[in-house]
Design a protein around this ligand. Structure first.
Ligand code: HEC
Length: 129
């Protein structure tokens, strides 16, 4: 009985230890998390603008260019990923570039511009997140 309890205790401690060290590893490299969070911030601001029907062209331009710049960091933030992952990252970069070039001046244009961006986010997350 005592041995069984000790074994269970050992297992629990082992699992806890693994979880703690995995969290520590994650925190040691905050870069991937940071890249995603920054993109989420700008994508979120853009879709909030569409939802509230307040689409300022200059502000949209700013969020799109920050999103574009940040998407260029994906490759560096996730080293050693396979080619399809890098394709998704490139696709995001292209879509953000296209949206920026389209210079959406109203909510209808902005909604159309950010739709393909959201689709790439989703597509990559479905495969890799
Ligand atoms: C090329 C693939 C790829 C693309 C494109 C991508 N993501 Fe991610 N994203 C990931 C991966 C992989 C994770 C999981 C990262 C981790 O757990 O360390 C993630 C995680 C996240 C997270 C959670 C971050 C965290 O650590 O808490 C957010 C938010 C996020 N992505 C937002 C976005 C947004 C917004 C877009 C589109 C503008 C986007 N992502 C596009 C691969 C991608």
């Amino acid at each position: 009985m005592r041995a069984a309890i000790l074994i269970v205790l050992g297992l629990v401690i082992g699992i806890l230890g693994t979880v703690f060290s995995m969290n520590a590893l994650r925190e040691r490299n905050p870069f991937p998390h940071a890249v995603m969070s920054v993109m989420a911030h700008h994508a979120g601001a853009l879709s909030a603008a569409v939802k509230s029907q307040r689409c300022d062209a200059a502000q949209s331009q700013q969020h799109l260019s920050r999103l574009l710049e940040t998407s260029a960091d994906i490759k560096e933030a996730f080293p050693g990923m396979d080619a399809p992952f890098l394709d998704e990252a490139n696709k995001l970069h292209e879509q953000a570039q296209a949206a920026l070039t389209a210079a959406p001046a109203d909510c209808k244009a902005l909604a159309a511009a950010i739709k393909p961006i959201g689709e790439v986010c989703q597509s990559c997350h479905q495969q890799y997140r």
